[in-house]
Design a protein around this ligand. Structure first.
Ligand code: FEO
Length: 180
């Protein structure tokens, strides 16, 4: 069983992951409204990834015999000014989440909570990937600049991103991910 402090910290992180999903849904809507269907698709895939992140925390609390306490999800901003600022905002958000995961890891180390430390390692690795994905796209969007023909082609490329995480959580997230 987790300490009350860890239980509360993980519930807060669960909320941040749900907010991440909500934020990426807002970004997907912005892209769709502006004719960027590939980017809209990319962010909807990201939405599903965030739901997995949230569900892993949800199930971890239950596995440890702790209480899931769901709080209100903050309203995400829906106003962006370009594809580039969209991904820059996504990167800034991922950097915030990385710091939050690192703070959780610090707490696990302080409490000598080895189970949570092991559990969080998956997120530490995942955050490297999350920041890299946003960074790679930012680099390309900077190269594209205001070349709308190039943006049109790149948007098409981003529409190829596939959902490779579970989207049905009825059997539990661990089972859906094959124990990962
Ligand atoms: Fe759940 Fe994108 O961090």
């Amino acid at each position: 069983m987790l300490s009350k402090t860890m239980e509360s910290a993980i519930n807060e992180q669960l909320n941040k992951e749900m907010f991440s999903a909500y934020l990426y849904m807002a970004m997907s809507a912005y892209a769709d409204e502006n004719g960027l269907k590939g980017i809209a698709h990319w962010f909807m895939v990201q939405y599903h990834e965030e739901m997995v992140h949230a569900m892993k925390f949800y199930e971890y609390l239950q596995d440890q015999g702790n209480k899931v306490s769901l709080g209100a999800i903050e309203k995400p901003t829906g106003s962006f000014s370009s594809a580039l600022t969209l991904f820059q905002a996504a990167l800034a958000h991922e950097q915030f989440i990385t710091k939050s995961i690192n703070d959780l890891m610090e707490l696990a180390l302080k409490e000598k909570d080895h189970a949570t430390k092991t559990f969080l390692e998956w997120y530490v690795t995942e955050q490297v990937e999350e920041e890299k994905n946003a960074n790679d796209i930012i680099q390309i969007l900077k190269m594209i600049g205001d070349n709308t023909a190039a943006l049109y082609l790149y948007d098409k490329e981003l529409s190829a991103r596939t959902v490779n995480v579970p989207t049905n959580f009825t059997m539990g997230i661990s089972a859906a991910m094959g124990g990962a």
